[in-house]
Design a protein around this ligand. Sequence first.
Ligand code: IMP
Length: 406
Amino acid sequence: MPTKLVLGLQHGDEGKGRVVDDLTETWADVVVRFQGGGNAGHTVYDREGNKFVTHILPVGVVQSRNSNKDVLNVISRGCVLNVSDLYEELLSFDSEKELTNNQLKISGFCPLIEPTHILIDRMKYQGKLGTTARGIGPAYSDFYARDSILFKDFVMNPEASLNKIYKKFLDFQTDFAGQGGTNKQVNDNFSFYNDWASKYRSAVDTLSQYLMEDETEIFQLYQSGKNILLEGAQGSGLSIGSNNYPDVTSSFPSVGGALNSTGLNHNQIDEVIGVIKSYKTKVGTGIFPSIIKDESAQILAEIGKEYGATTGRPRQCGWLDLDEVNLAIQNNGVDHLCIIKTDVMTHIEKPFVFHENKLTSIPKIDNVSLEDEGFKTLVDMVSNITNINNISYTTGPKRGEIVWNV
Ligand code: IMP
């Protein structure tokens, strides 16, 4: 009954989705997404190169949908949920066949993201912090204030819950108009609300079947011997518990976050797999010590397709920062490192790694193979500096292009 946890050790966009997808194909019975919301964009390519992007759905749904493997996907209580967006994500993902309630379950304790949260995020935090404007921070604020509507309220009392959501929206509109919001802006907000509310109502029947009422359910799955894969979103550098505050997201992409959100205890996490890209990318505000200032940044961005899967924003590129990776390893007790997008680094003439606050040059990487001097130097440096011997790496973007435990 082992449990593996996949965590990003940088600023998100490390490629966790494909690691989860690979492990779902070969190992997992249950995949649990445990923090964040529709701010994530996990991109997965199958063996034929078809692309799938999930936002709040656990990546295991790609296997549920396209293979005969029985996989249960769980959105657990640490996630904030925009039911209207989730409904749309399911429709676009799932056009031919609905996921059954043996394939998807949603914790009744997930706080809802409301239209007011999204409007506040757009008006107040998108410009200031470079958020994804998905309402994540304001939804978690209401949760910690104990003022959230939960997914179980949506299922049990959809209209009464919508009335509460509407009341909060009206209060927001009154404040907004009082603070100088124009008539047009107020009307636009109403249109946004109405559109959202109509999707909310359409979502009730479909989503209600996925309610997970019993919060010990993940623990019971563990006890019954299922292989459980916990899927982190974002990355350590974006944790609200990190020193990068306030340039962070509002959840805990960490072992602690996973435990709080699943009801598992620390003895029940058997392996923590830290995912790192062979370089680093970042969107939003905040410091970026290893940022690249020459044309290598452009090459990594173009070859690595470094545009946000959720927002389409270009990501800034930098060298692999092993100082931040080491901190994340220390904070989370990482057992195993998986290095992603190593093939992208073969396009760089003069690659570097950032460590102890300075850049170290490494030989050019010609091939993603341990026979290659540049690639071996990179893998050895990662292993020596992090003290982790259990290393895996990807050789290309498609499912299966991953070498485990070198
Ligand atoms: P929020 O999560 O939308 O509140 O955004 C807060 C910060 O986290 C911003 O800098 C975002 O760009 C960043 N962020 C949130 N989700 C992701 C992600 O999945 N990948 C990369 N950055 C993210």
